[in-house]
Write a protein that binds this ligand. Structure first.
Ligand SMILES: [Zn+2]
Length: 315
């Protein structure tokens, strides 16, 4: 039986017959809604607030944060986490306004380490300082979520376990990533092409960005199917950059047309697939999907923008 049929109980069908055409029309809408909602759920998350990538002329960090929130609300997304590196408020004066804008939109902030240091390169004491120095920026948040910089959970087990114990002691949950398409790679070429006024190159960047997102959606769904025999609610990693903000309305529309609905990070991680991330007191789960995802790939027709293509575009 298909999803829509399964969601539409016999008693409702009988009721629709009794109440005539209007009820039948309403039932058809329910069916259509059920069919559209049959795709997976995705929790949107944005890393590297308040400042990621180059800032194009005429734009502000707060404006980027506002554009992300606007697009998310327009697409029906519930509140979404932004992960903060507090050091940027010192490196880029004025960028803290993006954090204020994020909160003003009703979206929560999570911890991404003060200065974005990979766990494999630091000792546990440094890891803890990176965590606590950021905390005042998140002080009004009830739930504490941490995203590892570079998704680096530590190569050696002793360091990894030490970091998990520190996160547990400070009451943090780990924000896993189960979908990513390398979105950060588009922000620098976009800024260059924009400065040159190269509209053809920007149109190519837009096409390849959407193609990469489609490819990653298919890859994560296939990986979840192989690992769990089903879709899980996915956690999508994006970055708070100018091109991400520009593309978000089109990206979210593309997801919705693929049947995706949007959910919160907390709701996604209630799925058993995330048990070891939701609670760092549990043992590290090397079999969890986030440790087995293939690296994001670009569709072959957009290969000229992939990898080295993005790095040299508009140079
Ligand atoms: Zn980051």
């Amino acid at each position: 039986m298909n999803e829509a049929g399964g969601r539409f109980p016999r008693s409702k069908r009988a009721s629709a017959r009794r109440h005539g055409l209007a009820a039948l029309a309403a039932a058809a809408l329910v069916l259509a809604g059920g069919a559209r909602a049959a795709g997976p759920a995705i929790a949107l998350t944005f890393d590297d607030l308040p400042a990621h990538g180059p800032l194009p002329a005429g734009e502000t960090r707060a404006g980027i944060a506002e554009a992300i929130a606007r697009a998310a609300r327009a697409a029906g997304s519930p509140p979404l986490y932004g992960f903060v590196n507090g050091v940027q408020t010192e490196r880029e004066p004025g960028s803290a306004a993006a954090l204020a804008a994020w909160r003003a939109a009703g979206d929560p902030l999570g911890n991404h380490g003060w200065s974005h240091l990979g766990l494999s390169k630091i000792d546990p004491a440094t890891f803890e300082r990176e965590l606590t120095r950021n905390a005042p920026l998140l002080a009004d948040q009830r739930a504490r979520w941490f995203r590892f910089p570079f998704l680096d959970e530590g190569a050696d087990p002793a360091r990894r376990d030490a970091a998990r114990a520190i996160l547990a002691r400070h009451g943090y949950r780990i924000a896993a990533v189960t979908m990513s398409f390398g979105d950060y790679g588009w922000n620098e070429p976009y800024a260059r092409c924009l400065a040159r006024g190269d509209q053809a190159a920007i149109a190519g960047l837009e096409r390849s960005f959407l193609a990469a997102a489609r490819s990653a959606l298919a890859q994560s769904r296939a990986a979840a199917q192989a690992r769990y025999g089903r879709d899980i609610p996915y956690v999508l990693l994006m970055h708070a950059g100018a091109f991400d903000a520009r593309m978000l309305p089109r990206l979210l529309d593309q997801y919705r047309r693929a049947g995706v609905r949007f959910t919160t990070l907390a709701a996604a991680e209630r799925d058993p697939a995330y048990a070891s991330d939701r609670d760092p007191r549990r043992p590290f789960d090397a079999d969890a999907l986030q440790h087995h995802l293939p690296s994001p790939e670009i569709a072959p027709e957009d290969a000229e923008y992939a990898g080295a293509g993005l790095a040299s575009l508009c140079q």
